[in-house]
Design a protein around this ligand. Sequence first.
Ligand code: 9MR
Length: 360
Amino acid sequence: SAYSANVNSLRELTDFTIGVAVSNSDSPTYNILSNASEKAVVEKHFEQMTAGNIMKMRYLQNVQGTFTFTNADAFVDYAKSKNMTVHGHALVWHSDYQVPDFMKTWSGSSADFITALKTHITTIVDHFEEKGNVASWDVVNEALSDTNPSTFRTDSTFYEKSGNSAIYIEEAFKAARAAAPQTTLYYNDYNIDQNNPKTTKLIEMITDFQARSIPVDGVGFQMHVFMDYPSIANISAAMKKVVDKGLKVKITELDVSVNNPYGGWPANKVASFTQAAALAQKKRYCEIVKAYIDTVPAPQRGGISVWGTTDANTWLDGLYKTEFNNEKISWPLLFDNNYNDKPALRGFADALQGITCTNL
Ligand code: 9MR
């Protein structure tokens, strides 16, 4: 019989928000609005959803001035009908596939570009403010580089069209705040959990924003992590730096890949999801959630969201296709391909319940 983590409902084990990214029209097989198994696992364990794709830029305004809210509305309304909030993702993101063409090919002035960007933000945030259950936004996603030292990312339509300037970041936050005075506004990024030069740049940006009253409420740590990387010490140290700025910390996109195509690969390849791998992953999930609880004081906890429901629908299998020789060997989430609990779910719950993290 299938493994049970003996968790009735993850969200009931804690006061902070427990969320999950879901698919919609972007991945029809797993569409949260039509797949009964998706609905069941989401409604059982979570109290907040993030749209994995459908609230990104071009999904909402592909053609300048034409906003298409049909899919996003159906999703946000479904959340509301189940007493769930939505974490809005993402108002501004450079990643090519979802930047509207009219922005990529912008030939007007940078001032007019900023105005167009603000119109994008204002229209979308206003629209969802009326629904009332979009609790927070990733206002700007991934605007910092992975170089040493880290800088503002320059390979970005927003940076380029703003006149080779990072001014778009603060303008985005100001526009979001004007439209949503009560909604929590996050800057969201990956690798900042490594306590590395990117973390340093993040804190520099936050310090500057606070000195100039640019409205930012929190930092989203994506946390697409591995079994041994980054270390818990670095994760905690990085979060502590944000806590010390008085901001909220939200883990926005948590998943823990069993295989790491960057470290020792392929010598260290885990070829099948053995019991030992499952239990090591249980311990890792527990340690990450425990680090969050230990480091972030309750009033500053924006919550933890996992980036997907089942291993069958993880973004990692697509990303690491080549690195993983087209094998689906990341197994990064809390539920297996058949929606059964994994030990990882028990590990997450152990941390919430103050139970020692073990691989037993
Ligand atoms: O999960 C998303 C996947 O379906 C998309 O193909 C991908 C496109 O780059 O974006 C994934 O989500 C990303 C998120 O929006 C931002 N942080 C990184 C996530 C994983 O790439």
